[in-house]
Ligand binder design. Sequence first.
Ligand code: GAP
Length: 471
Amino acid sequence: MWVSLETIVAWAKRRWFAYPGSDIYGGLANARDLGPYGTELKKNIEDNRRKYFVQEREDIIWIDSQILMNPKVREASGHVGGFSDPLIDCKKCKSRERADKLIEEYLHKNKTKETELPKHRAGEKTPAEDMMDFINAKKIKCPKCWTCDWTDPKKFNLMFKTQQGVIEGEWTDIYLRPETAQGIFVNFKNILDTMRVRIPFGIAQVGKAFRNEITPGNFMFRVREFYQMEIEYFVENDEKVWLKAFKEWMETSKKRWIDEIGIKKDKLKFREHDKEELSFYSKGTFDVEYEFPRGWGELQWIAYRTDYDLKQHIEHSGKDLQYSDPHTGKRYVPHVIEPSWGLTRAILTAMIDAYDEEKYTDGNGAEQTRVVARFHKNIAPVKFAIIPLVKKDEKMVRIAKEIHKRLSKTYMCEFDDSGNIGKSYRRQDEIGTPYCITVDHQSIDPKDWTVTLRMRDDMKQIRIKPEDIKF
Ligand code: GAP
């Protein structure tokens, strides 16, 4: 079903997936804290990715690098000089806008394909002045006050800057990382020296990234603090080799969204970056896009980054980051394919994709509507809810606690003794628990000992011995 973002935001708060950050102080713009179920959802998505890409593969290893890095890393990576958005201010109402976004919206509304147009972060090839020429020529108006009277564009670096050091005046400017990727490149030599890796191989990591976005919004879609899951996959410098690796990553990527996270196939598509959009270091990039309530948006990108990053770090650090092929003796700087997932966006996507409202007829013949989160069971925050039918019945409670104790050694479970089975089922449906186990009168009958196993998706119920329950 189509669901509005407002519905998702309200559900996320009501059911403890995500709250506004710093809530009791009036919040912090676009900051979100994950609640217990959001945290569990994030952990499950991350674990699934790690299992598939690291544990079950021989060619990818996992690291965890620092958020704060030597500022020279950011100079080498190009983030100090180039990671910026062109900003313009409306002279009348003082509203600050991103020039590239105004142009994008104009093109979208007017269904124009003006291929000569510059695009966001396209580097030196498309200076901000070009954008201003276009904005003035087309008389693109301020979305707040509808005048067209703009200041000259200023470049606004998206990195958060802070200081390191304890003595005032001796602080060093340092950045919060805007992507996790560079932590991988600067560890390339450590990995070569200490691990028995052979090209092709990949290095993965999951962690926080920070961008001082000018137009954050759409709930968790564009925020200033978010999680990324990135892999840098190192290959030989040979067109056939990297093209093959690139294709494999494209196939794997889409399949993983569908098979493991359970995202609906028709809601995903690939979009190739055109010449203007392509990052200056990339020779080919595809986005995996999802159809969010407010339109298609990027979930993941897969970029062929060439040998740009390693070469930059060789130049700036003076260290030899070449790879020696043990069979041929050939030494070279490897090329890189980068599949980069947004984990925060993955949480949002999983929530939107799972949300459903379903009509059903209750036991009294009345029509009801239930909210049901149809999460893939791999990522559902809670796998089993164990419910004693009568909360004052000691035997039922004892058996329910025993089942909970046993299952919770392996799965995230909830013990729910609210005493209202209908409400318990609704609550579990809303957080997406695939199975409810109800301990009832038959369960305490020594001739029976079965419990009710209720399925979230079709509400079917079967009787089963507790020891036969499998996930
Ligand atoms: N290392 C490459 C890189 O960072 P990117 O396309 O800028 O590429 C990768 O980011 C992914 O990170 C995106 O596909 C998106 O899912 C996520 N992402 C980027 N900026 C974000 C933001 N402000 N809020 C939430 N997620 C973001």
